[in-house]
Ligand binder design. Structure first.
Ligand code: NAG
Ligand code: NAG
Ligand code: NAG
Ligand code: NAG
Length: 174
């Protein structure tokens, strides 16, 4: 019963948050210094795959109304996590400029995995190395990191590559 109640409460919170963010990524608070750093694949990528289909219709038609680099017609996990933290969705690394660092950074790249996949994009190690470079450049400080959260998505591109490369000689079901 307690579980059901908390589930209902969670759904309620999700509903409120979704309604409260119809016109933006999240409920934005100037004083909120939490940063979100995102790594992984298309489940978390909000615009790093610059020349991919994510920038073509019908992606993005529900939100933000035109293709925006998300492999979805609407918001993705990153946007929801950011809105729960009451910050805007962090800028995709591929589009970054000096004025949009304050919500963190999104390094996730559609089609990638922990290992190299069939997509020519940065794997998990490379994404994390890129983040470390930004820290070395002091774009993010130790204090920033103390109030930051990491979101990591490894949804299955490593398995997909394995299956496609090994064909039907291997018994795998996904
Ligand atoms: C994307 O396409 C543009 C030209 O349309 C090109 O200059 C650029 O190098 C491409 N970027 C990637 C990451 O392939
Ligand atoms: C910085 O990038 C954001 C998108 O991430 C964009 O909205 C903004 O206009 C850019 N600012 C400059 C100065 O290029
Ligand atoms: C990640 O990519 C880099 C650069 O292509 C490569 O050197 C490294 O071996 C890859 N890591 C894994 C775990 O596949
Ligand atoms: C599965 O095996 C058959 C017979 O060897 C072959 O013709 C087919 O191309 C294989 N499929 C894949 C996905 O490798």
């Amino acid at each position: 019963m307690a579980k059901l109640l908390s589930l209902l409460l969670l759904l309620f919170i999700i509903t409120i948050t979704a309604e409260g963010t119809m016109s933006s990524y999240g409920v934005y608070e100037e004083s909120n210094s939490i940063k979100l750093f995102v790594f992984g694949d298309s489940y978390a990528d909000t615009g790093n795959s610059l020349n991919s289909s994510s920038y073509k219709p019908p992606y993005g038609m529900t939100f933000p109304g035109k293709p925006s680099g998300r492999f979805s017609d609407g918001r993705i996990l990153t946007d929801y996590v950011a809105s729960f933290l009451k910050i805007e969705s962090p800028a995709p690394y591929s589009l970054k400029n000096s004025s949009d660092l304050k919500y963190g950074m999104n390094f996730a790249y559609g089609g990638t995995g922990v290992f190299n996949t069939l997509i020519d994009g940065p794997n998990m190690t490379t994404q994390i190395d890129t983040f470390e470079e930004l820290i070395q450049q002091n774009l993010y400080t130790k204090t920033d990191l103390e109030s930051s959260i990491a979101l990591v998505s490894a949804a299955g591109n490593d398995y997909l590559k394995f299956v496609l490369v090994n064909g039907n000689n291997t018994k795998v079901s996904i």
